[in-house]
Write a protein that binds this ligand. Structure first.
Ligand code: FAD
Length: 437
């Protein structure tokens, strides 16, 4: 970047949120510069070739009730295809208990007859901002142990927490967990049991940022990590290793935990600084193994499994629409945090051994294997940010604007935070703030 480049708006981060925000601003006639730390766009959306296919190693699914994501995909010509779920799925929730093969959607079957009503009411109160502040003092894990006598429901909620936030329930505030679920228009992840509502994108969710970036062209500067922001004068000045740029407005479209590495002058207000300090993106490793045949489908199995405990916490069918057989495996929380400490060959063998335990010996011999370790990635820091007990009560909030600084990124969304839909919600809000200023 040449020194003192001047535009109307600088967007930090070329993830889905930053790119949608930039696109909206450009459409309204603004001069925009997008600064991206990595040498690629997409952030937590990442497509990689593994074996003979291209697979999502980051965000992947669109879920019913996410209209902005559906509209964006339609507009960009990225089609959706239902997630394959036919056949039996496996659920193993107890340490020594047997794996159970259940028909249809695992959690839908499990949830039937379970007492979810009380939890649903708590989610609704938290979503409406009517939750008692005391709920922020407990971790989800503490609350489960103390107040939920049903062991299966306890394990189910804990697993849901791990799969959504990639974090141990003891690390997450009960209020934060409930409030984030309450912000998803009644979507309660695995609790609601609606069949067929998850769709993948073809060739993958990464096609969304790729197409947005193609249209934005040279407004995007890759390999340009922002080190410092000075918003103290009559403009915002942003510093990278290559120089500085000035703008009337700044859109910060990065996860709060990653914003920790940017020096702000003057310091951000206390609410944002607290959010940056407290935010804990959960570590997650997403793996894909490809095969010659979808042997699990041949055996009448869906490819979906939930295993707790276990190195692999969940699996799902990942066969591509052009016919490459594959399984996706998720490793979360402490197991994901220690992933990079073990040699790659040993990690791969351990994942394949877990897959073989569930799906039989053929799963031990993939034709291709790849993974993304999000916790070890300095520009993501993990999956989706949650807050520990006490942080909300102390005033932590990732909400703006703060003078000329506007917050985008999925964590800044009031609806669907943590999801691609939330990335778009926050982007549209930030663009509206800039244009209305
Ligand atoms: C394994 C995994 C699975 C997921 N599954 C789903 C799913 O199925 N469905 C769903 O809806 N969501 C899913 N998500 C979440 C989804 O990926 C995110 O909500 C969404 O991609 C966030 O977009 P964003 O633009 O807000 O943030 P990001 O994608 O994180 O973009 C932020 C960008 O800012 C850049 N950046 C950071 N710091 C700086 C800096 N100092 N200077 C310049 N640039 C910087 C980063 O490199 C990055 O490109 C998943 C995420 C993960 C990791």
């Amino acid at each position: 970047m040449s020194p003192a480049v001047a535009v109307d708006v600088i967007v930090i981060g070329a993830g889905l949120s930053g790119l949608v925000c930039a696109t909206r601003l450009v459409a309204a006639g603004a001069r925009v510069r997008v600064l991206e730390a990595r040498d690629r766009v997409g952030g937590r959306l990442l497509g990689r070739r593994i074996g003979d296919g291209v697979f999502d190693l980051g965000g992947q699914w669109w879920t019913a009730g996410q209209p902005r994501l559906a509209a964006l995909a339609d507009q960009l010509g990225v089609v959706r295809t239902p997630q394959f779920r036919d056949g039996a799925s496996v659920l193993a929730l107890a340490p020594a208990g047997p794996a159970r093969w259940l028909p249809g959607r695992v959690f839908a079957a499990l949830a039937r007859g379970r007492r979810l009503a009380a939890l649903s009411r708590m989610i609704a109160r938290a979503g409406a901002g009517e939750a008692p502040a005391a709920w922020d003092q407990d971790s989800l894990g503490t609350w489960l142990e103390r107040d939920v006598p049903d062991a299966t429901l306890r394990a189910q909620v804990a697993l849901h927490c791990e799969m959504t936030f990639a974090t141990d329930p003891h690390e997450l505030s009960l209020l934060d967990y409930l409030a984030q679920l309450g912000a998803t228009d009644g979507h309660r992840g695995p609790f609601d049991g609606r069949d067929g509502d998850e769709h993948r994108f073809v060739p993958g969710a990464h096609a969304l940022p790729d197409r947005l970036a193609a249209a934005l062209g040279d407004r995007i500067a890759l390999s340009s990590p922002v080190r410092a922001v000075d918003a103290g004068g009559d403009a915002v000045v942003v510093f990278t290793d290559a120089g500085s740029a000035r703008a009337a407005h700044l859109v910060l479209a990065v996860p709060p935990a990653v914003a920790r590495s940017i020096a702000f002058t003057p310091a951000l207000p206390a609410s944002a600084a607290l959010a940056i300090a407290a935010s804990r993106p959960g570590p997650v490793v997403k793996c894909v193994a490809t095969y010659h045949r979808a042997f699990w489908r041949d055996a009448g199995r869906s490819g979906e499994a939930y295993l707790r405990p276990g190195l692999v916490r969940a699996t799902v069918d990942a066969c591509t629409s052009d016919g490459v057989p594959a399984l996706t495996a998720f490793i979360v929380a402490a197991d994901a945090a220690s992933w990079s400490a073990t040699p790659v060959a040993a990690r791969t063998a351990a994942v394949c051994a877990d897959l073989a335990r569930v799906f039989g010996e053929p799963a031990a011999s993939p034709t291709g294997f790849g993974f993304a370790d999000w916790g070890a990635d300095p520009w993501s820091g993990g999956c989706v940010a949650g807050l520990p007990p006490g942080a909300r009560a102390a005033g932590a909030a990732w909400r703006g604007p703060h003078g000329r600084i506007h917050l985008a990124g999925t964590e800044a969304a009031d609806r669907w935070p943590g999801f691609m839909e939330g990335a778009i919600v926050a982007a549209e809000r930030a663009a509206g703030e800039v244009l209305g200023a």
